[in-house]
Each structure stands twice: as C-alpha cells, then as structure tokens.
Design a protein around this ligand. Structure first.
Ligand code: PMV
Length: 318
C-alpha cells in the first residue's frame, strides 16, 4: 500500500504580530509544497526520511521517541505527534520531500503536518474533509508548540488567500491573485515565541506608543484587503512598505531582513516587507515584471524562492 499527499506552505502578507492582539491578518498558500509518501514497511521498523534536508530517523511511535540515523531533527516532532495521536503503530515508511526550507517562517511545519495527516488518512482508508483536517492539524501544532495560531494550518489545508477578521472570522478571498512575488530567506531561523514575547514586553513598557501602532497595523490590513479585492497592486505595494516600517517600530526586523527588503525595492519591487515573526526568517517582495532582477538583488547562496499564491490546498493527487 502506498499513500501520498501534499500541502502548500504559506506566507503572511499583512498583519503578523498585530494579529496576536486581535487585529486582522492576510495570509496565502504559495506554490511551494511539502510532499509525504507513506508505504508499508519492509523491515518491521517505522522509518522517516527527508532526503532534501539529509534527515533520517527510526520512529518509536508508541513512546513518541525516535532514534536519529542522519541529520538534524526539527520537523520530526510533528510527524511523531501525528503518528502517536492517530496511527495504530503498524510499521511504515515515511518520506518527506519539501520545496520549502524548514523553519524559515513559511509555515513548513503546518504544510508537513497537513500533508502527513492527509497521507495517513489515505493509508488507513479513512475519509476526511478539509474542516476536520484543518482542526486536527491545528491540534497537532498546538501539542508540539504549546501555542499556535490556526492560520498556518488553515491556509495549508484550504489553499488560497485568507483574511482573518478582528473577531477571528475566516474569509477566503475569491479573487485571481496570480501575481509574482519573490521570497528571500535569511540564514537565521526566526524564533516565533521569542519574537511575540519581545513585542509584548515592548508594548508593556511603551503602551502609549505601541498600542496605536498595533491598531494602525490592523487598519492597514483592512486597507490591504480592499486593495487586493480591487487588484490594485501599487496600493498593495505601498501598504507592504508601510507595514515593514511598523515591523521596524515593534523591533522584529533585522539588518539581514531589512537589507533584503531595501535591495528588493532598489531592484524594482513595488512593495517589500518582512513576513512572519521576524528576528530571522523571510521577506516577501511584490515584483511584477521584475522577478529576475529582484531575485538577483537579494540572492545570497540559495536563499530565494520565486512564488505565486495558489488556490490549491491539501491534495492527495500528487
Ligand atoms: O513565524 P510565522 O511565519 O508562523 O509567523 C508568526 C506570526 C505571528 O503573528 C508573529 C505569531 C502568530 O501566532 O500569529
């Protein structure tokens, strides 16, 4: 028996950090995916392999433990949690192929979790719908991370661009948003928990300054929603640039991130900003007609992805 599934990674276009304080956010699935293949085991062991990142481990699913065979752990905790929660412990062979760098603020853990759940359900011939899958994936992320916003797993499951409103209502944009972006990721992985805490402390020390900024970030996201609906790319770009400024104010940008953001603009991007938690992680640049120029301007080693937003969510036709 072979079961396969894939799920997209995501980027946050607007509203990171302010969303923590109840402000709206906009995130979208991108055309870079995590692919999971599950096969019957050939030797009575459960093995997890991720050849792209040179990782291999034997999984002891009953104990929620693993024996490291090769590479650095990371994503393994999500795979183990899925198996511990939902698998009957039959030995299986799991392979992850990922088009997204792990831990770069592009929601790789959500993409892997969603793809793993969908592949496992198929392996066991269990019917599932997107609503229950998004819910299960969020539970897995929460179990592994302690806290997790439902946004990443929602986007990886449903695909498309998603608007999360002030009262946490999810709206799926019904608009063609097939415009090119470039993502640049830094050598440093951002630590989301730490960044959220740093912003909270800054806010506590300077409430009269930071509280209005958080509110403005929310207002900006609502303007962005209108601009996206009108496909007004110049406005979207302008708002991305303002948003980067706000992220600077709340202290989550780094020299490496801001250097990429400004290099992207110099090379012709109409908007660019840090995406996700910051402190490392990634930037996103809107650059219709200038993809190659922008990619070249921010490239260092192998740190650039040319992306588009996609409506394709989780899929077991891979
Ligand atoms: O690290 P990422 O890309 O998952 O982004 C985190 C976004 C925050 O708003 C900083 C935190 C959150 O849970 O929404």
């Amino acid at each position: 028996m072979i079961a396969k599934a894939s799920a997209p990674a995501k980027t946050i276009l607007f509203g990171e950090h302010s969303v923590v304080y109840g402000e709206p956010a906009i995130a979208g699935a991108i055309n870079k995916r995590a692919f999971i293949t599950i096969k019957d085991s050939e030797d009575d062991r459960t093995i997890f392999r991720a050849p792209d990142i040179g990782f291999e481990a034997e999984l002891l699913t009953r104990e929620k433990k693993y024996i490291l065979l090769k590479g650095k752990p990371g994503i393994i905790r999500y795979i183990l949690e899925v198996l511990y929660t939902l698998h009957d412990h039959t030995p299986i062979d799991i392979t992850l192929n990922s088009q997204v760098p792990i831990g770069s603020g592009l929601g790789s853990s959500a993409a892997v979790t969603v793809a793993m759940l969908a592949a496992l359900y198929r392996y066991h011939n269990i019917r599932f719908n997107k609503k229950s899958l998004a819910h299960d994936a969020h539970m897995i992320e929460q179990a592994v991370q302690g806290v997790a916003s439902p946004l990443d797993t929602l986007v990886s499951t449903y695909g498309g661009l998603v608007y999360l409103s002030r009262n946490k209502k999810v709206e799926h944009f019904n608009v063609n948003f097939n415009v090119p972006f470039v993502v640049g990721y830094t050598t440093k992985h951002g630590n989301t928990g730490k960044m959220v805490k740093d912003v909270k402390n800054l806010k506590t020390r300077n409430p009269k300054i930071i509280n209005p900024v958080i509110t403005s970030m929310g207002n900006l996201t609502n303007y962005a929603k209108q601009a996206i609906l009108k496909r007004d790319f110049n406005k979207i770009g302008e708002l991305m640039n303002i948003n980067h400024g706000f992220l600077d104010v709340i202290g989550v940008n780094t020299l490496e991130l801001s250097r990429m953001v400004y290099n992207a603009r110099e090379a012709g991007a109409i908007g660019s900003k840090t995406t996700g938690a910051g402190g490392g992680g990634s930037i996103i640049a809107l650059c219709p007609g200038k993809v190659e120029e922008v990619a070249k301007a921010i490239a260092r080693d192998d740190n650039v992805l040319k992306i588009r937003f996609t409506r394709k969510g989780v899929s077991s036709r891979v």
